[in-house]
Design a protein around this ligand. Structure first.
Ligand code: ADP
Ligand code: MG
Length: 200
């Protein structure tokens, strides 16, 4: 199967843009109410550059998406999601197998941890991205199980106390709210699963 770059790019960008209000509402509870706007700005810039991104081989296209996110999303999440996509682009070999994708995602998650000086359990995007990468590397992974895990992982950030990012300034008051970056990560994973499973 050829890498379905076009539907991946369009579906992922479209879903994140459509979720802008929801993401900003989550960020208004434990941050500064800009996560949805930040992500919308970033993915609108990606779509504006769509033709040139689609002309590239998949690895280079992912790197270009990452660079646009770094430049346009801003906030804490821009450089972190940018690192995720840039590392994926660097790590994915041409004609990647499922095993290659899992390996690339593990490396990309490590790069996000390093960039954010962060780890699992800090109530961030990593609490969705990390389990997803680990799960993909296991032999039991399916699109359905990955989707369910991403949803459960985003939910699981609700009782966590934030120890990284802006939400950490709230201390105990960050408890009881879903992390915005965890939710945007879930939305992206769901979009990728839907495309690769052929629902889109
Ligand atoms: P800002 O916090 O600068 O306003 P955003 O609102 O766009 O940026 O993004 C906030 C999200 O970024 C958080 O919900 C969290 O998931 C993620 N985040 C913030 N800091 C870190 C970090 N050090 N490591 C991993 N993710 C982080
Ligand atoms: Mg914010």
């Amino acid at each position: 199967m050829a890498f379905p770059l076009e539907p991946l790019l369009d579906t992922l960008s479209g879903r994140v843009i459509a979720a802008a209000e929801e993401l900003t509402a989550l960020d208004s509870a434990i941050g500064d109410a800009d996560h949805g706007l930040n992500m919308k700005r970033g993915f609108e810039a990606v779509l504006a550059d769509r033709a040139s991104i689609l002309a590239k081989p998949p690895g280079e296209a992912l790197k270009a998406v990452g660079m646009t996110l770094v430049m346009k999303v801003g906030g804490a999440s821009g450089p972190l999601f940018g690192t995720l996509f840039m590392t994926l682009g660097k790590e994915l070999p041409p004609d990647a197998s499922a095993k290659d994708v899992a390996g690339a995602l593990l490396t990309a998650v490590s790069a996000v941890k390093a960039r954010g000086k962060s780890d699992l359990g800090c109530k961030t995007m990593l609490d969705v991205l990390g389990p997803a990468a680990d799960h993909l590397s296991s032999s039991q992974a399916s699109f359905g199980s990955l989707r369910d895990l991403a949803a459960a992982s985003a939910q699981a950030t609700i009782p966590m106390k934030a120890t990284r990012g802006r939400a950490s300034f709230l201390g105990e008051r960050s408890v009881g709210h879903m992390d915005p970056g965890a939710r945007s990560s879930q939305i992206m994973i769901e979009a990728v699963c839907d495309v690769l499973e052929g629902r889109i």
